[in-house]
Design a protein around this ligand. Structure first.
Ligand SMILES: [Fe+2]
Ligand SMILES: [Fe+2]
Length: 196
């Protein structure tokens, strides 16, 4: 009986992740840039890799961490200004909270998702760091090379590009996550040096 109850609770939790992902993807389906859908899925996948025992709230936070972009647009445009990062995190917290409340998630669960999203750009406690590192890993896996190409089109110098890429790498918190990102980082650094 207890086992059945546990399974039931587990089922409800899984539904929250699935519903969150479906909601996130439906919002971004309407936007021109589909990269955010990939980014959300990859961030969830990196969380599972870094912390296989991650709880549902951490996975939901990974899925929804950038959700405000679907609603408020890409107003931040890659800015690393602390004020912009704060606002971006807070807006995502608000949108995630509204969604979870309307889908019957409990208070404790919502508080934990909010806590995790609130520091996804900077990390903080252990699970906030897992989310921050997973977000960074997805950036290196999928976006770093494209970002270099964009910088080249914008006429940035090699020095500026290396500095920016090093900044992104410096945001990864744990040595283990840095090792996982290393090959993507090296590739991006090579791309900066290539003449194309
Ligand atoms: Fe973000
Ligand atoms: Fe992100």
């Amino acid at each position: 009986m207890i086992k059945e109850k546990e399974m039931e609770i587990e089922q409800v939790k899984m539904e929250t992740l699935e519903k969150s992902q479906a909601w996130f993807e439906s919002l971004f389906e309407k936007s021109e840039d589909k990269n955010d859908i990939k980014h959300s899925r990859q961030t969830v996948a990196w969380v599972k890799k870094i912390k296989p025992e991650a709880d549902e709230a951490l996975l939901v936070a990974a899925a929804l961490h950038d959700v405000e972009r679907a609603i408020h647009g890409d107003w931040k445009a890659g800015s690393d200004d602390p004020e912009a990062l704060r606002k971006h995190q807070d807006l995502s917290v608000q949108e995630a909270e509204k969604f979870l409340l309307s889908h019957g998630a409990d208070e404790e669960f919502i508080a934990r998702v909010k806590h995790l999203i609130a520091s996804h750009e900077t990390g903080g406690d252990e699970d906030q760091n897992v989310l921050c590192d997973s977000d960074c890993l997805s950036f290196f896996e999928d976006k770093a090379l494209r970002r270099v190409k964009r910088w080249k089109d914008q006429g940035k110098t090699k020095e500026e590009m290396h500095k920016n890429m090093d900044y992104y790498f410096s945001r990864i918190i744990t040595p283990e996550a840095k090792e996982l990102a290393r090959s993507f980082y090296d590739e991006a650094k090579e791309e900066i040096e290539s003449e194309k």
